[in-house]
Design a protein around this ligand. Structure first.
Ligand code: SAH
Length: 230
C-alpha cells in the first residue's frame, strides 16, 4: 500500500519531511514529489501549492504516475462557527466546492453540473482512524464534519455565516474539495484533515500568521498516530 500525502504549503509538510526517509525525488508540474518511507509506511509526499487547480493537478499525478492507493490532505483552514477555535482540528467527512455556482440553472450552489454527486465523501475508515488519533491526543480538540473549498481566503463575517448556513460547514480552505473531486473521479479513498489557523473573519489574516505553526504541529501529530495504525 502506498499513501499519498498532500500539503498546500511547504510549512504544512515541513515537520513530516524531516521524519521521512526519501528514496526518490522528482519534479513534475513544478511540484516536488518525495517518495520513500514515513513512520513505517510507503509514502509519496508533496507540496501542491495553493488553490484548487494546483491541488487537482497534484492529485492526478499521484494517482496516475505514482499509483498511490489512498490520499491524505493535511493543512490549515479557517474555522466556521462559534465553537471552533484556532488550534482545533476538523476532520472532513464530506467536501464541497463553495465557489461552484450554476444556480442560474436551478442547481444548488456547490453542485458540479452533470456530476452524480453533490458532495465528495471522505473514506469512512480514514475518518475513523483520524478521529481515533485525535481522541488519543488529549491536547487536541477535534470535530468531524463538512469542509468547504474555494479559490478565496475567507476573511469576512458575512461570508462565514453564509458558508455555515448554505453548507453546514465547519471549516473553509482552498484545496480539499478539488483533491476530493479528483479522488472521486478515480475512485481513490481520501481524507482531509485541517487544523484551524483562523476564524475566517475580519482579521483572519492576522490570526493566520500566528496560528499556522500550531496548526501544522497538531495536524502532523495526528497524521503520525494515524499512519502508525494503518
Ligand atoms: N499569502 C498567504 C496565502 C495563504 S492562503 C501565504 O502564502 O501564506 C491560505 C492557505 O491556508 C490555503 O492553502 C488554505 O487552504 C488555508 N486557509 C487557512 N485559512 C483559510 C481561510 N480563512 N480561508 C481560506 N483558506 C484558508
Amino acid at each position: 500500500m502506498t499513501l499519498g500525502i498532500i500539503g498546500a504549503m511547504s510549512e504544512e509538510l515541513e515537520i513530516l519531511l524531516k521524519d521521512m526517509i526519501v528514496e526518490e525525488k522528482n519534479t513534475k508540474a513544478n511540484m516536488v514529489f518525495h517518495k520513500g518511507r514515513l513512520w513505517g509506511k510507503n509514502v509519496v509526499a508533496v507540496v501542491c501549492g495553493i488553490g484548487k487547480v494546483n491541488a487537482a493537478i497534484c492529485t492526478q499525478i499521484l494517482i496516475s504516475e505514482y499509483r498511490i492507493d489512498k490520499i491524505i490532505n493535511v493543512g490549515v483552514a479557517g474555522g466556521i462557527g462559534t465553537h471552533i477555535y484556532p488550534g482545533n482540528v476538523v476532520i472532513g467527512n464530506s467536501l464541497v466546492q463553495h465557489d461552484m455556482d450554476t444556480s442560474a440553472f436551478g442547481d444548488k450552489i456547490g453542485q458540479i453540473p452533470r456530476l452524480d454527486t453533490y458532495d465528495f465523501k471522505c473514506d469512512a475508515e480514514l475518518v475513523k482512524l483520524a478521529k481515533e488519533a485525535c481522541d488519543e491526543n488529549k491536547d487536541i480538540n477535534s470535530f468531524v464534519g463538512r469542509i468547504v473549498t474555494g479559490d478565496q481566503f475567507v476573511a469576512n463575517v458575512e461570508k462565514i455565516r453564509w458558508l455555515s448556513y448554505e453548507f453546514e460547514a465547519l471549516a473553509c480552505e482552498m484545496e480539499g474539495g478539488s483533491i476530493a473531486h479528483v479522488c472521486y473521479l478515480n475512485s481513490i479513498p481520501f481524507v482531509v484533515i485541517r487544523s484551524i489557523s483562523d476564524n475566517a473573519n475580519n482579521g483572519a489574516h492576522m490570526d493566520y500568521q500566528e496560528f499556522v505553526p500550531i496548526g501544522v504541529k497538531n495536524s502532523t501529530c495526528i497524521l503520525k498516530s494515524m499512519i502508525e495504525k494503518m
